[in-house]
Ligand binder design. Structure first.
Ligand code: HEC
Length: 624
């Protein structure tokens, strides 16, 4: 018996050695300086790209998602985009042939084809026929994501009558994540290719488009004149530029690049106050760090205030005061730089009373850790001075090198769990007292006192937490109950001893006590590797008696605020016929949340970043 056991053990050892040597071989191949000129494109892909994109790296979209991108976007990712470091040793020729090899989209859908789905020539809009104004992502700059305007017709009694009305598909996209904003009859959104769309809200036909330089991820913010007419559209792109478009002429008024770090990006939602725009700056340097020859890391998060009339920078304040400097070498001899990180992924919350803005920060990328990572920070609106910092996780030094199978050289020692804030802090007034409510990827929700330097009023551990949350992109509140979406996908868990609690949770804002929780079961067993969990990573949206939770597995549900019972559900993992003729398919819900107005509900579907199901649609539902 013992002998058999030993020989099985022996075989197992041999197997493990073979597997490890294979990985080692891959590592050396992947990172070697030599250009693999004699490899054909398929082998080049397999060795240089497939190692992550065939499921080897959790943060990497699967090949099936990359195939939906046009050649030029794939090439751009390698030359100027997020894959620059991964493609650093490739020749221009190799990059081009890789892009051609990967892209599988119908040539008819290439970017420079004429736009299909334009509104008819005789299209006119009746300004009076609708009166809806949803100017920003947070449904107000307190980021409460609560909509109770007079036009709202959907409620707990009729939400089950919602039916799909029209579908718009973004050409050349594998994800759709720009939450619509609405001005009366017009809906504004944007795409992975950086196209801004002004759509007719009732039919989905295209009124006009505008081309930005890079992907747009945050909502397009509407600014109004003294008579409440939409005047300017402000938005940002993935290359850290901010744009102002004149809504009467659709002409660019100005464009400002707000951070010169090559890896700087903007995905958090900007806010307007008085004559200024406030923009959160983040970066993709966590990805560059995977390359062991990359000098990790030099990016610092920052808040920027722009003059909204001309885009000039009024102030810029870093989340880390000290500039990074060399701090020694990683295991491969590459210089390590720090302090770094504390990027801002969240939107910006405005406190007009205290002339203060609040944001949440992410982790440090390297040591030394700072007191400003994984924190809620308050900045003075007038001069950008940091008023206070409330850190809710200390010592979190982490970057992308910590989760790859290879090349962990840049992963900091004793690395932290990557417990960023992705969801903006929410400002509320409850029982005559202002509170800030903050939900973190760790699954912890904190209430803070804005009059006492963010002192903790209460804290509640709502879920287990992990790389995509815990709380990921956005909670909602009516100032009495706080609705907390929990993802708990089980990917790099943060509090492994706590049971996973994916679903919707309702807390009392006064003390954080749980009122109810609706925990969702796995609704696509066997598909979990494709990121098909029942958790809610996307932002949620609240109306007086319904809270809407769009889940990673492509199912959006309406829950009764009263007790969390399910009122309506829709599975978007399917093909659609789009009004603009583009091949249309739904997938995961992530990042942005639903928009509810009058008798309509809008939501984007498709997001392939963590191997969830890709998709390219904006869905419009309507009460039947
Ligand atoms: C170390 C792992 C890794 C390797 C190797 C790698 N990638 Fe990626 N790739 C990623 C991750 C992670 C992302 C997601 C980036 C993000 O959105 O933050 C990504 C994203 C992309 C994207 C999408 C960019 C976008 O705009 O969304 C493309 C295209 C891409 N990779 C192509 C490639 C090609 C081509 C190669 C081979 C030359 C390659 N990748 C090698 C990890 C990798």
């Amino acid at each position: 018996m013992k002998k058999i056991f030993l020989s099985i053990l022996g075989l197992l050892l041999v197997f493990l050695i073979v597997v490890f040597s294979w990985f080692y071989w891959q590592i050396t191949r992947q990172t070697s300086e030599t250009i693999l000129e004699d490899l054909d494109t398929k082998s080049l892909f397999d060795t240089r790209c497939g190692i992550c994109h065939d499921g080897g790296s959790n943060g990497a979209p699967l090949v099936s998602a990359l195939q939906l991108m046009p050649e030029e976007s794939i090439l751009k990712a390698m030359t100027t985009g997020v894959m620059q470091n991964q493609a650093i040793t490739l020749t221009e020729e190799q990059k081009k042939s890789l892009a051609a090899y990967i892209s599988q989209i119908d040539p008819a859908e290439k970017r420079n084809q004429p736009i299909k789905g334009l509104c008819p020539d005789d299209y006119t809009i009746d300004e009076q026929s609708a009166n809806t104004k949803i100017d920003n992502w947070g449904m107000g700059y307190k980021n409460q994501r609560y909509y109770d305007k007079a036009d709202l017709k959907i409620n707990a009694d009729n939400v089950n009558d919602l039916e799909l009305d029209w579908v718009f598909a973004f050409p050349g996209a594998s994800r759709a994540r720009v939450q619509p904003t609405i001005d009366n009859n017009t809906l504004f959104t944007a795409s992975q290719l950086g196209t801004i769309y002004a759509l007719d809200r009732y039919s989905g036909c295209i009124r006009w488009t505008f081309q930005a330089d890079a992907e747009v991820r945050s909502a397009l913010v509407i600014d109004r004149d003294g008579t409440n007419r939409a005047k300017t559209l402000f938005f940002s792109d993935f290359n850290a530029s901010v744009y102002a478009l004149d809504l009467h002429t659709q002409k660019l008024l100005w464009k400002t690049k707000i951070d010169n770090h090559p890896k700087a990006t903007i995905t958090g939602n900007l806010s307007i106050f008085e004559d200024r725009l406030f923009i959160p700056v983040s970066s993709t340097e966590i990805l560059s760090s995977v390359d062991e020859q990359y000098e990790c890391c030099t990016f610092r998060g920052s808040m920027v205030a722009l003059d909204k009339s001309d885009g000039s920078i009024i102030w810029k304040t870093y989340t880390i005061a000290d500039a990074p400097k060399p701090l020694g070498n990683n295991k491969k001899g590459t210089t390590v730089m720090g302090p770094s990180g504390a990027p801002i992924w969240t939107g910006v919350t405005i406190d007009t009373l205290r002339r203060t803005l609040y944001i949440g920060t992410g982790e440090n990328y390297t040591h030394p850790v700072t007191l400003t990572s994984d924190a809620i920070m308050a900045f003075a609106l007038d001069d950008g001075k940091i008023k206070w910092v409330q850190q809710t996780m200390t010592g979190d030094a982490w970057n992308g090198a910590c989760v790859t199978l290879f090349s962990r050289a840049n992963c900091p020692e004793n690395n932290g769990p990557d417990a960023d804030y992705g969801a903006p802090p929410i400002l509320i007034r409850s029982n005559g007292k202002d509170l800030i409510l903050a939900g973190q990827k760790s699954g912890k929700v904190s209430a803070m006192d804005p009059d006492d330097n963010g002192a903790i009023v209460w804290q509640k551990q709502v879920g287990r937490g992990g790389t995509m949350g815990g709380v990921h992109w956005g909670m909602a509140t009516d100032e009495k109950t706080l609705y907390v979406p929990i993802n708990d996908r089980g990917l790099y868990d943060i509090n492994g001893d706590i049971p996973k609690q994916p679903g919707m949770h309702a807390l009392d804002v006064a003390d954080g006590k749980l009122i109810w929780a609706t925990i969702e079961e796995d609704r696509c067993p066997g598909l979990t590797l494709r990121g098909c969990g029942p958790g809610i990573s996307a932002a949620i949206t609240l109306t007086p008696d319904v809270v809407y939770g769009p889940a990673l597995d492509g199912i959006i549900k309406a829950y009764a605020t009263e007790d969390g019972r399910e009122l309506w559900a829709y599975d978007a993992k399917r093909d659609f016929t789009a009004v603009n003729g583009v091949k249309a398919f739904g997938g995961a819900f992530d990042s942005d949340g639903p928009v509810v107005a009058a008798d309509q509900l809008f939501i984007t579907s498709g997001y392939a970043k963590y191997a969830e199901k890709e998709g390219n649609v904006l869905l419009a539902f309507k009460l039947k």
